[in-house]
Design a protein around this ligand. Structure first.
Ligand code: ADP
Ligand code: ZN
Length: 289
């Protein structure tokens, strides 16, 4: 089965041709400019490749309600030229094949659940901490959409008293994204996150904020595994620090085999940064089915 996959991001669009086993035959990356410039380039990549369906994992917010007039649209994004872009419609029209559509982070969650370390689990959260923070939520064997889709990167966080940074989320100031995404780290410490590797206090505060969010996700969604990806999580020293804060913040309240073994519960992404694009292959397969 030949399938198309598109991981649509704010800075780049990753396009691939692959199959239902997650194998990728061909992959390119195209910079994200305006829809007028970028969509024709994406369509040109997929045309004539014999794909039976396309799966798109997209930055948001997006409209995932199949009964809505604007299903398949990017809605109120901060990437202004893409507001009200009918991305699904554009590919359906040009390629004439079924198009699966979900958030980029739901795509990554699906990749991990279908092809990665979370295979066989029914309740998994995938969180990316990069330019923004987002979470894909897989519950009871399905990606969670609800009213729209989760926006769990914007959960509100209790600031630590020694942190003087005001937060930089345009909507909530001190939500998780406003306090802990890459740009917030840079804003607080005045240096690029990658250059702060040896500053223990940077990662201690970062781990504290991420742990607060994880505790909320654990309490609300009862996940069987929590996977952390994105540029900031390349700082591997964060993992043990996050696990210790989660343990402290949970306060012995939850006693399960997962919580007793946090090393296998709060884990890095497992597919060499291909979890997103592989998840899009599975979105394509599901659209065909
Ligand atoms: P995006 O979120 O735009 O898709 P990334 O997940 O790579 O892309 O996230 C980019 C953000 O992650 C930037 O703010 C950058 O400072 C930060 N970042 C990238 N690599 C690292 C690293 N090795 N260590 C810490 N922060 C990083
Ligand atoms: Zn926010």
């Amino acid at each position: 089965m030949r399938l198309g996959a598109l991981e649509a991001g704010g800075t780049k669009m990753v396009c691939a041709i692959g199959d239902e086993t997650g194998k990728i035959f061909e992959q390119v990356s195209i910079p994200t400019e305006t829809p007028d410039i970028t969509l024709p380039k994406l369509i040109a990549f997929f045309e004539g490749k014999g794909i039976e369906a396309l799966g798109i994992g997209c930055f948001g917010p997006i409209d995932l309600n199949k009964n809505s007039d604007t299903y398949g649209y990017i809605t109120s994004t901060t990437k202004l030229p893409w507001i009200n872009c009918n991305i699904v419609g554009a590919f359906q029209k040009a390629l004439g094949c079924p198009v699966g559509f979900d958030t980029d982070v739901n795509g990554s969650a699906l990749g991990e659940v279908t092809f990665g370390q979370a295979r066989g689990k029914n309740n998994v959260i995938y969180i990316t901490i990069g330019t923004g923070v987002g979470a894909g939520v897989y519950v009871e064997g399905k990606l969670l959409h609800g009213m729209m889709h989760p926006e769990a990167g914007h959960v509100l966080i209790r600031k630590r008293s020694d942190d003087e940074y005001e937060g930089n989320c345009h909507y909530h100031q001190t939500c998780l994204e406003g306090l802990a995404a890459g740009p917030a780290i840079e804003g607080r410490w005045g240096q690029k996150a990658v250059e702060l590797k040896d500053r223990k206090e940077v990662w201690d505060l970062e781990a504290y904020y991420i742990a607060q969010a994880l505790v909320d996700y654990i309490m609300v969604l009862s996940p069987e595994m929590i996977i952390l990806g994105g540029g900031v999580m390349h700082q591997e020293q964060l993992f043990p620090m996050i696990r210790s804060y989660v343990k402290v913040l949970l306060g012995e309240y939850i006693k399960t085999k997962e919580i007793e073994d946090l090393e296998h519960y709060i884990v890095p992404a497992s597919l060499d940064d291909k979890q997103g694009i592989m998840g899009c292959l599975e979105l394509a397969r599901q659209a065909l089915a």
